[in-house]
Design a protein around this ligand. Structure first.
Ligand code: SAM
Length: 260
């Protein structure tokens, strides 16, 4: 089955969840949750955040995870069942641009690393605002793929691949840096932000985390790099890896704002 660009598999999200654990915790803090709150996690994946969020809102609260991928929703629901919390943690399939909830339904909403996949992030944020109560916090975490940098002797190839990933491979690859404008334009109040640098010294982890196989193949197909250049690129990185010198970095941004 062909998968859209927004697709990532649950195992990838588990590894990413460990890498981004601190950022996730900060996003929960910004939501200012209390026992009994009704919470939305948009683009919830396999329930990486809905289950910890459930602990913060308690048995009288409710967490709803939304994802457009049916497999993610099934996996998330299974996890909630296994954790014995399926009563107050639900997952459902829907598109971020058209949420099946009434206006002012949630006390707080979050979304993590979803906006980078969206053609229309404005619409997704507008929907998050619509379904959140006045005064509630809306928290969005996303990647600025324009900040991806890999230490390599092949600087020109490295730049072309990074630019291709941010500007073409993903629908909204510069998402992190655009969140401030988006939050301002949609009238959110009390905007707060944090920037998180991620540094990776494992070549294997970095390749998986940046979906390097897929990006390189797509760049090759699009004529952004040649097979010869990709060969040189791999040789260079593999040598760095053998010498224990591999390094790449990337910034994630967290924006929080209150619905007026
Ligand atoms: C990078 S994953 C992040 C998952 C989760 N937030 C986490 O931190 O582990 C992005 C998720 O967004 C979902 N997604 C992509 N486009 C979507 C859309 N238009 N509406 C709803 N979910 C979408 C994908 O299926 C995937 O589960």
């Amino acid at each position: 089955m062909s998968r859209p660009n927004g697709y990532v598999d649950p195992e990838f999200l588990r590894v990413a969840g460990e890498l981004f654990g601190y950022i996730k915790q900060r996003s929960y803090t910004f939501m200012q949750l209390q026992a009994g709150c009704q919470v939305l996690d948009l683009g919830c994946g396999p329930g990486t955040d809905t289950i910890p969020l459930a602990a913060l809102v308690g048995r009288h609260g409710q967490v709803i995870g939304v994802d457009y991928d049916a497999d993610m929703v099934t996996k998330a629901q299974q996890r909630a069942l296994e954790a014995g919390i399926a009563e107050h943690v639900k997952h459902q399939q829907a598109d971020a641009g058209l949420l099946p909830f009434a206006d002012n339904f949630f006390d707080a909403s979050r979304s993590e690393r979803l906006f980078q996949h969206l053609f229309n992030p404005d619409q997704a944020l507008a929907e998050m605002i619509r379904v959140t109560k006045s005064g509630g916090w809306i928290v969005v975490v996303d990647t600025d793929w324009g900040s991806l940098s890999v230490d390599s002797n092949e600087v020109d190839i490295e730049r072309r691949l990074a630019q291709f990933m941010a500007g073409s491979f993903l629908h909204n690859g510069y998402s992190g840096r655009k969140l401030h404008r988006l939050f301002k334009q949609q009238g959110l109040a009390d905007i707060a932000l944090e920037v998180f640098p991620i540094a990776i010294r494992s070549y294997i982890l970095a390749r998986e985390g940046t979906r390097a196989d897929e990006v390189e193949q797509a760049a090759l197909d699009a004529g952004v790099v040649s097979a010869d250049e990709l060969y040189r690129w791999h040789q260079d990185l593999e040598e760095a890896d053998r010498n224990g010198c591999y390094f790449c970095s990337l910034n994630l941004m967290l924006f929080a704002g209150r619905k007026p």
